[in-house]
Design a protein around this ligand. Structure first.
Ligand SMILES: *Cc1c(COP(=O)(O)O)cnc(C)c1O
Length: 426
């Protein structure tokens, strides 16, 4: 019914017919004993686009040849450098250009956004989040609740997973917002849950939360560059994301931040810095902070050029490939891996990630049925074979075929390796 076949010939014919196949050659595929690794870890650290080296070297050259003058006379004048990624980033997340800015890192941006958009009162002190969130998100939210003098025991409300494999149903989110909404200042949820790979319906969450008078922010670490996003239309108040996962901008790369245009000139508290000051008068060096309208107004420091250059190169790849094309390929590729696992490894693996392609992105999270120790053993075996996924406690292996550089043949290769491992277990 799916038209999929579990043969090398079929997988290779799909790869040959793939309109995006040339993009794989734009990435460095890490070697493994003279072969290429099968890299399924773009959800954690995307591979290096070959264009990155030249982009960084151009800035190093301008620094050595022009030094301070490169701010104005460089090939890409540094004064405006963060603006060079604005349109492409806005495109990837479905926002207006003035709603996005590249700055800092995800955790920093999450805190900066909460400074402005988590304004607890005695009547409405709480933050609503998911139980089992990525640790930094919980640390950040809990510390904000404490910072404002409230008690996380009552004012950090966590929605418990209620679905198969630890997923969270929309009904549970709806119920939590209905029950606690009147006490909730801010709802923070992910676009894609990092452990289960489940996708959340951002627009539906915003509708429910706003109806109860709550603000809403999203952590899109695992959604950006993975899913079609329409942040502006979703109505979210803010969103944050990192750029080293599906966006391939390199370890610790400069992160992204979205502030909905309804807040573009809002008079809200914020932690200010000179790069957020109105651009036209920034260099008058006056004592009074006047924010630039839009997301740019939340910047603190002049941008890290050497860390932005890779992001610029990696977003260029996304622009040329096109998110709709990437999403179309991603759905087929992940469906193929899902189908292979269900048809060939059903006795060995459980898939945690929802089966509905609308409720997942590239990532499939699997558990080994024989338990955690067997899971660790399989994970180690795959690493030795040059098949790179990642392990998330307590017992999940994440495999994320990404449409820019993974192939149908990679999916088949991974499943054949797991079958070989199963053969050693009996
Ligand atoms: C990857 C990830 C982070 C990482 O935060 P950094 O500030 O970039 O270290 C945070 N939250 C989620 C949900 C993530 O997936």
């Amino acid at each position: 019914m799916t038209g999929f076949e579990a043969t090398r010939g079929w997988a290779q014919s799909q790869d040959a017919a793939d309109p995006l196949r040339a993009f794989r050659d734009e990435f460095h595929i890490p070697p493994h004993h003279g072969r290429e690794t099968l890299y399924f870890c773009g959800n954690s650290l995307g591979l290096q686009p070959k264009g990155v080296r030249a982009a960084v070297e151009a800035e190093l050259a301008d620094w050595s040849e022009l030094a301070v003058e490169a701010h104005f006379r460089g090939r890409s004048p540094w004064m405006h450098y963060h603006e060079y990624v604005r349109d492409t980033m806005a495109d990837v997340v479905g926002a207006q250009p003035h709603e996005v800015v590249a700055m800092n890192t995800l955790g920093v941006n999450l805190h900066l956004m909460m400074v402005s958009f988590y304004r607890p009162t005695v009547e409405r002190p709480a933050i609503l989040m998911e139980a089992g969130a990525f640790p930094t998100d919980r640390y950040a939210l809990e510390s904000q609740v404490r910072f404002h003098g409230f008690d996380p025991a009552t004012d950090l409300i966590e929605i418990q997973p209620d679905g198969p494999g630890g997923t969270l149903s929309m009904a549970a989110i709806e119920q939590a917002i209905a029950e606690h909404g009147h006490r909730v200042a801010l709802v923070v949820l992910p676009g894609v849950q990092y452990r289960t790979g489940q996708v959340f319906d951002l627009a539906a969450i915003v509708r429910l939360a706003r109806a109860q008078g709550c603000l809403v922010g999203f952590d899109l670490a695992h959604a950006v560059g993975n899913l079609p996003l329409a942040l502006h239309d979703s109505g979210a108040d803010f969103a944050v994301w990192c750029t080293y996962k599906y966006l391939n901008a390199g370890p610790g790369a400069v992160a992204g931040c979205f502030v909905h245009e309804r807040h573009a000139t809002a008079d809200v508290p914020r932690f200010a810095g000179w790069w957020g000051h109105d651009k036209s008068t920034r260099f008058q060096m006056g004592p009074q902070f006047v924010p630039t309208p839009g997301a740019d107004g939340w910047q603190l420091s002049n941008p890290p050029i050497l860390a932005l250059a890779p992001l610029r190169a990696s977003l260029d790849v996304f622009t040329r490939a096109g998110m709709p094309n990437l999403v179309a390929k991603s759905r087929r590729l992940t469906s193929y891996l899902d189908w292979l696992i269900r048809s060939r490894l059903d006795d060995t693996l459980d898939i945690v990630t929802p089966n509905d392609p609308q409720q997942r992105g590239a990532q499939l999270s699997v558990r080994v049925r024989a338990g955690r120790d067997a899971g660790r053993a399989l994970f180690g075996y795959l690493e030795q074979q040059g098949i790179i996924g990642d392990w998330r406690e307590p017992d999940v292996i994440r495999l994320s075929p990404t449409p820019l550089y993974n192939r149908f043949a990679d999916c088949l290769g991974a499943v054949e390796a797991i079958e070989a491992w199963r053969g050693t277990q009996a």
